[in-house]
Design a protein around this ligand. Structure first.
Ligand SMILES: C[S@@+](CC[C@H](N)C(=O)[O-])C[C@H]1O[C@@H](n2cnc3c(N)ncnc32)[C@H](O)[C@@H]1O
Length: 190
């Protein structure tokens, strides 16, 4: 099942008609150094293109948790043999703190995210980012993708301002053109 089908059923939840390309997913994951990272969280895993890259790049012993709100997509992810080591959690990223407590995550070194930020409520944005900041180890990284047209719109500027209000360091990549639509990556550290 592709992302498009789920998008047609719930466009505001899914936020994109197409899954990330391999190139985009690899760019997102390679922007964080996963060597030595023992706990990795992905937010908004969808059909799993970024999850696959995380599995390729992560240390063999690292724990990988993927949070996906859409139950059909979460179920599909659980059935992918290549992703069998990933713990797929069918809940909202806004519940990340509760999820982390339940799973005993206490040393998260990287959070990779492709949530549809501008379509989320302000409360969910704050809860998600506050949880990321609380869970990330010092020196850990949070990376998130945002579509380029959005970056320059008021809703996208609000997301950028929110990131800057929560993290010590916020870096924005140049537009990644080998993606439809082109994307930018924010890399943030607490
Ligand atoms: C733009 S898609 C990206 C999917 C995939 N990571 C990719 O790169 O192709 C966003 C994904 O985030 C999920 N999502 C939306 N809101 C969410 C939330 N609050 N918590 C967890 N997942 C959410 C959607 O169901 C969708 O699968």
């Amino acid at each position: 099942m592709g992302l498009l089908r789920q998008f047609l059923g719930n466009p505001r939840q899914i936020g994109s008609i197409a899954a990330s390309s391999r190139h985009l997913a690899a760019r997102a994951v390679s922007s964080v150094d996963l060597r030595g990272v023992t706990q990795i969280v992905e937010l908004g895993a969808g059909t799993g293109p970024i999850t696959r890259e995380i599995v390729r790049a992560a240390d063999p012993q690292a724990r990988i948790v993927a949070v996906e709100l859409n139950s059909a997509l979460a179920e599909q992810l659980r059935r992918v043999p290549e992703l069998s080591r990933v713990e797929v959690i069918n809940r909202s990223a806004a519940e990340l703190l509760e999820i982390a407590k339940e799973l005993g995550l206490n040393s998260v070194g990287a959070v990779v995210c492709s949530l549809p930020w501008t379509l989320m409520s302000s409360e969910d944005q704050h809860r998600t980012l506050d949880a990321v900041c609380e869970l990330l180890k010092k020196g850990g990284s949070f990376v998130t993708l945002v579509t380029t047209p959005t970056v320059w719109l008021p809703s996208g500027r609000r997301v950028a301002a929110l990131l800057r209000s929560k993290f010590e360091v916020v870096e924005r990549s140049r537009p990644i053109l080998r993606a439809v639509p082109p994307m930018v990556l924010y890399r943030c550290q607490v």
